[in-house]
Design a binder for this molecule. Structure first.
Ligand code: SAM
Length: 317
């Protein structure tokens, strides 16, 4: 599989405290001096584009809390070779700047939403901000940051009751609601026993809305499998990262907010790019390292990794 997709975590800071990601907040935040500066991100994305990266997704932490994010979007969207720039966001800060992001070159957004009900949303994220997220979703649709994808992590005993309401969003509005299997990330998040397989999520949806029919969305390259409730405007996706293995189809690299490239989400292995670029490495030298990362990527897969404790807010999901 050609690697043409780079996820860039632009900050490890976040304005929410999601129980599945970073419930305690700042305990592990990285020293700000270690976070890549815009010119460093721009340089690395430019060099990655020379190595064949065509799609870039900004993530975090929460990318919209990074100061001057619109400027970064404009700069990255203008890099020759980058065909698609997208963002994964919790949506809280999206509504007022959605149009500016679109005008700056952002193509589309994925918005994380694990509950359609106010109190449950507060319980999951720590904040009573559901209405801001829904405003962000409608605005993203209005300004054309489409297709808007909703990412819903389902956790046993927390938001299983929300599955029908989340699925129903795909019936009523033009969004792709994707159910993401919970992946325990160690220390602070809930243990494995809170994991709900997507086979169970699907049963709950089909009990409520009838059988789902399989559909193809986009180039069908990503890890999501898509389905439709009859007559729905949008679609439902399942990203079953626990119950399935996607290693063979994996086309992505992850650049952490402190400048490390992870060839596999589940592997401890990473390549430091910040160190060489801060110590004056030439473009040729950095390109050499990037080629090595691409060559070695397949050495690191979920099958031969056993990482148990990682920071989703630094890696970016
Ligand atoms: N703040 C943004 C957001 O909330 O979408 C971007 C960062 S968040 C780390 C990126 C993605 O990681 C989200 O779609 C979230 O659902 C997913 N994620 C975070 N922790 C997860 C976990 N423990 N298991 C599965 N997915 C997780």
């Amino acid at each position: 599989m050609d690697v043409d997709y780079l996820r860039v975590s632009v900050t490890d800071r976040c304005n929410l405290r999601c129980i599945y990601c970073n419930p305690l907040g700042g305990c592990d935040f990285i020293d700000r001096r270690e976070i890549l500066r815009f010119e460093e991100i721009r340089r690395l994305v430019g060099l990655f584009a020379e190595c064949g990266i065509r799609k870039v997704r900004l993530t975090g932490g929460e990318p919209l809390v990074r100061k001057n994010i619109i400027r970064l979007v404009r700069e990255l969207a203008g890099i020759p070779g980058i065909e698609e720039l997208s963002m994964t966001t919790n949506g809280v800060l999206l509504e007022p700047i959605a149009k500016e992001l679109k005008d700056a070159g952002l193509k589309r957004v994925n918005i994380s939403l694990a509950s359609a009900e106010r109190e449950c949303y507060r319980q999951i994220t720590g904040f009573d901000l559901l209405s801001k997220v829904t405003d962000g979703i409608y605005k993203a649709i209005e300004v054309g940051l489409t297709p808007v994808k909703i990412n819903s992590v389902i956790i046993k005993g927390v938001n299983v009751s929300q599955i029908p309401a989340l699925a129903e969003m795909s019936i009523e509005i033009p969004v792709l609601v994707r159910f993401i299997e919970y992946c325990p990330t160690g220390r602070y998040t809930k243990p494995d026993s809170y994991y709900v397989p997507n086979s169970e999520v699907r049963k709950i949806i089909e009990r409520e809305f009838g059988l789902l029919s399989s559909i193809v969305v986009g180039n069908a390259n990503g890890p999501a499998l898509y389905f439709k409730v009859e007559g729905s405007t949008g679609a439902i996706g399942f990203i079953s990262g626990r119950s399935s293995i996607f290693c063979r189809q994996c086309n992505r690299l992850r650049l952490t907010s402190d400048g490390k490239v992870k060839p596999c989400l589940y592997s401890d292995h990473c390549y430091d790019l910040k160190k060489p670029i801060r110590s004056g490495a030439s473009d040729e030298a950095v390109l050499g390292l990037m080629s090595r990362i691409l060559r070695e990527k397949n050495n690191y897969t979920r099958l031969n990794s056993s990482v148990r404790d990682f920071s989703m807010q630094n890696i970016g999901g």
